[in-house]
Design a protein around this ligand. Structure first.
Ligand code: SF4
Ligand code: SF4
Ligand code: SF4
Length: 221
């Protein structure tokens, strides 16, 4: 809500009255008055990083908490979304946010941490999954996701195979398809193309432990 420094609220607060007082109670602000609705295919960690990239870039640099603090937070969020998150990062982000809010000179620094604080407040489990399980459940953070076709759900329509830019999917028409993990770049195109919800997102496969190849590689076209 309210632009890049507004804050993110969950589905169960969707019906709050849009008044200054009610919105502030959620941890977000009215800001510019803009609202963006995102679904479960959105990663809230990378969303808060996206907003912070904007505010860190907009910082005029006059005061240290805003100039340096937002950059430190941005580096931490980058690490978390790329699989280098550590225990304690969430608490450090919260501490840094509070310090930046209370010591920055103007409204930009005083609100820049809002997306981070509000996503930690409402979507903490996503931060924990990124850090502890190396898992981006939305499949947005490519280092933290792997894509798998569930044979029992796959209709063999070939839409995923056609969407894949890596030729990483194999399978005959009307038969279960399969993703060759060693070629997959986790771009998510197959997941978006499948109309049968046959593709699931799971934690990343460690690079040194590729999934064994067990199925033949015939094409579906
Ligand atoms: S808080 Fe305001 S004055 Fe301070 S660096 Fe950020 S933009 Fe500049
Ligand atoms: S798009 Fe879905 S149903 Fe079609 S072949 Fe791919 S996984 Fe199977
Ligand atoms: S995630 Fe991208 S690269 Fe991987 S199998 Fe799906 S479409 Fe291909």
């Amino acid at each position: 809500m309210g632009g890049p420094s507004g804050g993110c609220i969950p589905e169960d607060l969707l019906n709050i009255p849009v008044t200054y007082e009610d919105v502030v109670k959620t941890g977000a602000i009215m800001g510019s008055g803009g609202m963006v609705v995102m679904d479960e295919d959105t990663c809230m960690v990378s969303t808060s990083k996206f907003f912070l990239e904007f505010t860190a870039d907009e910082s005029c640099g006059k005061c240290t908490p805003c100039r340096v603090g937002t950059q430190v937070m941005l580096d931490m969020l980058t690490d978390i979304t790329e699989g280098r998150g550590k225990d304690g990062d969430i608490e450090t982000l919260e501490d840094l946010s509070r310090d930046i809010i209370s010591t920055s000179l103007c409204g930009l620094g005083q609100t820049a941490p809002n997306p981070v604080l509000s996503t930690i407040r409402y979507f903490r489990h996503e931060y924990e999954a990124h850090i502890k399980d190396h898992w981006c459940q939305a499949g947005i953070c490519s280092d933290l996701a792997s894509f798998h076709i569930f044979e029992e759900l796959c209709k063999g329509c070939g839409a995923c195979l056609r969407a894949c830019p890596q030729q990483a999917i194999v399978g005959e028409k009307k038969k279960p398809h399969r993703i060759m993990q060693e070629l997959c770049i986790q771009c998510r195109s197959c997941y978006d193309a499948c109309k049968f919800a046959s593709i699931k997102i799971e934690p990343a496969i460690p690079k040194d432990k590729p999934e064994p190849v067990t199925v033949d590689e015939g094409g579906s076209e």
